[in-house]
Design a protein. Structure first.
Length: 252
């Protein structure tokens, strides 16, 4: 018996923990708690739907749909009119530019035409006067002072007396400051002429060949610090038998 008690005490389960028994809440309290939770959820959902989620758009009426379609059509028409207006402004600007260019070109042509008529009348008078005397002569010499020590020269050579042969020879240009030694002059490009002969070598005599008249024109530069006071043109006939033809003008 003693052995059985000791064995049972060895494998026996002893309950040393205290067990507390709580009273269950009444059902009306549980129902009230659930109801309050539902009310809170409904209020939160209503606030979110009102202040966070935008309300769905209201369906448009037939009048609103018609007004919207008209507005879209007017917007498209306005954009098209703006494009056409920009195109017309660009075309007008181009035409105005072309008109201005044409006007300037026409004015330049009129001035050139008037100048040519004046020069033609002048040349006809000079040639008519010159043809009364036989032989070559220097009919006219002009020198115009330009900027940067440059000068424009104009020379008219004629041969009167109903010549049968061309005049062949050379022309020498001399620029003087008042002394006997001529200045070294250098030809510069002439903006009024596109010909390659517009910039000859003025250090050497210029060859000429004409029958009735010949006009020489060009621009030369004098050394800096000098001023041309006298301009001389010498014409020498080919062969060297006749004395040179000389004409000088004084520059004031």
């Amino acid at each position: 018996m003693a052995f059985r008690r000791s064995l049972s005490s060895l494998f026996a389960v002893s309950a040393r923990h205290d067990i507390a028994i709580r009273r269950a809440r009444p059902r009306w309290q549980q129902g009230l708690f659930v109801l309050l939770a539902l009310v809170v959820v409904v209020l939160v959902s209503w606030w979110v739907a009102r202040h966070v989620v935008p309300p769905p758009p209201l369906p448009l009426t037939a009048e609103q749909i018609s007004a919207q379609e008209r507005e879209d059509a007017l917007t498209g028409e306005l954009a098209d009119l703006r494009r056409r207006n920009a195109s017309l402004e660009s075309e007008l600007s181009m035409r105005e530019g072309s008109q201005t260019t044409l006007t300037q070109h026409a004015e330049a042509l009129e001035q050139e035409n008037a100048q040519l008529k004046e020069e033609l009348t002048y040349l006809q008078k000079l040639v008519a006067d010159a043809t009364r005397e036989a032989g070559a002569k220097i009919q006219d010499v002009r020198l115009e002072a330009l900027a940067n020590h440059t000068y424009r020269y104009r020379i008219l050579l004629v041969q009167g007396g109903n010549p049968k042969n061309d005049f062949e020879g050379t022309v020498k240009l001399l620029a003087l400051t008042g002394g006997t030694s001529p200045l070294p002059i250098e030809a510069v490009p002439d903006k009024k002429s596109d010909a390659a002969e517009s910039t000859p070598d003025l250090a050497a005599p210029l060859p000429v060949n004409f029958k009735y008249y010949l006009r020489l024109e060009g621009v030369f530069r004098a050394p800096e610090g000098t001023k041309v006071q006298q301009f001389t043109v010498q014409v020498l006939k080919k062969g060297g038998g006749a004395p040179p033809i000389t004409r000088s003008i004084t520059i004031k």
